[in-house]
Design a protein around this ligand. Structure first.
Ligand SMILES: [Zn+2]
Length: 377
């Protein structure tokens, strides 16, 4: 992982770059992190920087052999320990590497993942994850070997809370590590770390990610600006939560949009418009910011629908549910109608911004949307 791909954390990155360059790296570090703040991402960026064969002042090169291996998490001198459950039946002592394939897959997909999610990914169900005494001994033995390719042998221990008393096996290692050995422990709860371990490590505090940095990252993922800001606010510095909120809000908004279209498509002249009135009424209560975010979402769906129709080979940013909505729109509308809808929704967004009464805006929106959909071509 490159430093530039770690979200926010400007000061911590700078600190790690400095010690990475200095050649005077502390043997034992503890990254003490707020949940979802990216301690593992920082550790991955730092270790890659240490092994990179062509680093610049600000980052790893990303393309040398060592970088490529670090990115795939297959560098022979970077080792990972993380909580697991025992595989059954287990032919040998339970080690983190029993799940190395799952570990690489999950962490490469999302280095901000939390322990519970990782344990679910390896099928732990209700069982608690553990770093066993066998694993701790395995770390000791592994670090006795000489390095393969890099100057340093590096051991990352993710969620070091799971070490419990097994941590004592590592005390001597933490105190007097073999030459050219780096240990990076990552934890979220200082109280759950053995004091004997804590006192032997140089602590790197990893604070919450700033809201702006999270919002910027969400923008890059195609989340509309207003929604990105709102999610960043709700996530409160936890990027993993922010990732979950994208789907959560988008599914609420998908439901709202699907209802609107369903009621409108069903509505024939002379039939009861009660469902649309009720929809406008409910929506007028969700608050101005949520309403703006909903309208931005509708604009996003309309644009992607056009894309789906006229440039199907480009990247379409729609979930499966949204694809269904887009197909329904294509069935009942055409290019002119979608342009009219885009104009209508933009106008309503503007009115909401200008503090026009939401109920009036929404009643008008549902009437006009209805007219557009039902006008004969
Ligand atoms: Zn490199």
């Amino acid at each position: 992982m490159l430093f530039k791909d770690v979200i926010g954390q400007v000061d911590t990155k700078q600190h790690l770059l400095e010690i990475g360059k200095s050649g005077n790296i502390p043997h034992s570090q503890l990254f003490l992190s707020q949940p979802g703040a990216g301690a593992l991402a920082l550790a991955l960026a730092f270790t890659q920087y240490v092994v990179c064969e062509n680093k610049s002042d600000n980052d790893s090169c990303g393309v040398c052999g060592a970088c490529v291996k670090a990115q795939k998490m297959i560098h022979p001198d970077i080792h990972y320990t993380y909580p697991i459950i025992a595989k059954k039946p287990s032919p040998h002592p339970s080690l983190s590497t029993d799940y190395i394939a799952e570990w690489r897959k999950e962490i490469i997909a999302n280095p901000y993942i939390n322990e519970l999610e990782f344990l679910q990914a390896i099928g732990a169900e209700n069982k608690q994850g553990n770093i066993s005494a066998d694993e701790a001994r395995n770390i000791l033995n592994g670090l006795k070997l000489t390095t393969f390719e890099a100057k340093y042998k590096i051991q990352i221990i993710w969620m070091a809370e799971a070490l419990s008393k097994e941590g004592n096996i590592l005390l001597k290692l933490l105190e007097e590590p073999p030459e050219n050995t780096l240990l990076i422990l990552i934890a979220e709860n200082q109280e759950e770390i053995l004091p004997t371990i804590l006192s032997r490590c140089q602590v790197v505090k990893v604070n919450k990610i700033e809201d702006d940095a999270i919002a910027d990252e969400l923008l890059k993922k195609g989340v509309p600006a207003n929604k990105a800001k709102h999610i960043a606010y709700l996530a409160d510095g936890n990027f993993n939560d922010a990732l979950k909120l994208i789907d959560a809000t988008s599914s609420i908004e998908t439901i709202r949009l699907t209802e609107l279209l369903k009621y409108s498509i069903r509505l024939q002249e002379g039939t009861n418009s009660g469902a649309l009135v009720k929809w406008s009424d409910d929506m007028s209560k969700i608050g101005r910011e949520n309403l703006k975010s909903f309208l931005e979402y509708v604009l996003h769906i309309l644009r992607e629908t056009l894309q789906l129709k006229f440039a199907p080979n480009t990247q379409i940013r729609l979930t499966d549910d949204e694809q269904k909505t887009a197909q329904a729109l294509l069935k009942y509308t055409n290019l002119n109608k979608i342009s009219d809808l885009l104009e209508l929704i933009s106008k309503k967004h503007y009115e909401i911004e200008r503090n026009v009464n939401p109920k009036m805006v929404l009643m008008d929106l549902s009437l006009k949307l209805n007219q557009i959909i039902h006008t004969k071509d």
